[in-house]
Design a protein around this ligand. Sequence first.
Ligand code: IPE
Ligand code: IPE
Ligand code: MG
Length: 261
Amino acid sequence: MALYRRLDPERMPHHVAIIMDGNGRWAGKRSLKRFLGHQKGADAVQYIVETCSRIGLPWLTLYAFSLENNLKRPRTEVNFLMMLLRTYLNNNVQRMNDNNVRIRYIGRTEELPGEVRERMQWAEEATVRNTGTTLTLALNYGSRSEIVDAVRRIAAEVKAGKLQPGDINEQDIDRNLYTAYMPDPDLLIRTSGEMRISNYLLWQIAYTEILVTDRLWPDYRGIHLLEAIEEYQRRERRFGGLNTGTESDDVSSLPDRQLVL
Ligand code: IPE
Ligand code: IPE
Ligand code: MG
């Protein structure tokens, strides 16, 4: 935890989101089946969750299974991932309770198999009173479909006469997203080197700091998360404003026509 002591407690992120990619490549490099990569990936989840709990991170949101994964991967792989999720929940709820971790979900989870939903609900209820890290798993999640779902709910409010079209604002969209209960991510990490977002939290990451690492997800550990937070603390977040140490030009002091560069 020497690295943890180097971090600035005043500038810790509140919400870290992770695209956990590279399970297949991890297995391929070892001539193993993809399934084994997913299994190691599930172990990595628990290490990271416990690090977050230890450092007091309030929100951790993990991309575990996308809508597109559900549609485009072979049924055997999808079924394995569903089985792995159930096993993960069965085996780790006790540890979540020991670590004061609460589990929640985002995504079109109603489309997941009944026995998976039953385990998910069980884990959610078993951890509902925990006040440390909230672990949100994105399952059968796609950001565009989340936005579609939000628009449908807003349209229903308009139809019911509860909201005028001209009054719809950003807060109305926020409160209708699956993520309504959490703040926007401060830091988004993607493992395995791909420089893309893959339909994850498109609305919510408007001003999130993005960090891509080549490390494959099954190899990702708490120390790497602490390194990512250290890098985050070196960044300067501007939210569209000026960077510190610069001043705005006093345009009024320039003679006419000198504005052409
Ligand atoms: C990420 O690993 C886990 C899921 C998408 C479920 P991948 O399975 O995408 O691994 P790669 O990208 O093929 O290495
Ligand atoms: C993103 O990874 C989804 C998850 C990590 C669950 P993918 O492996 O599905 O992304 P692409 O297909 O490389 O964009
Ligand atoms: Mg992948």
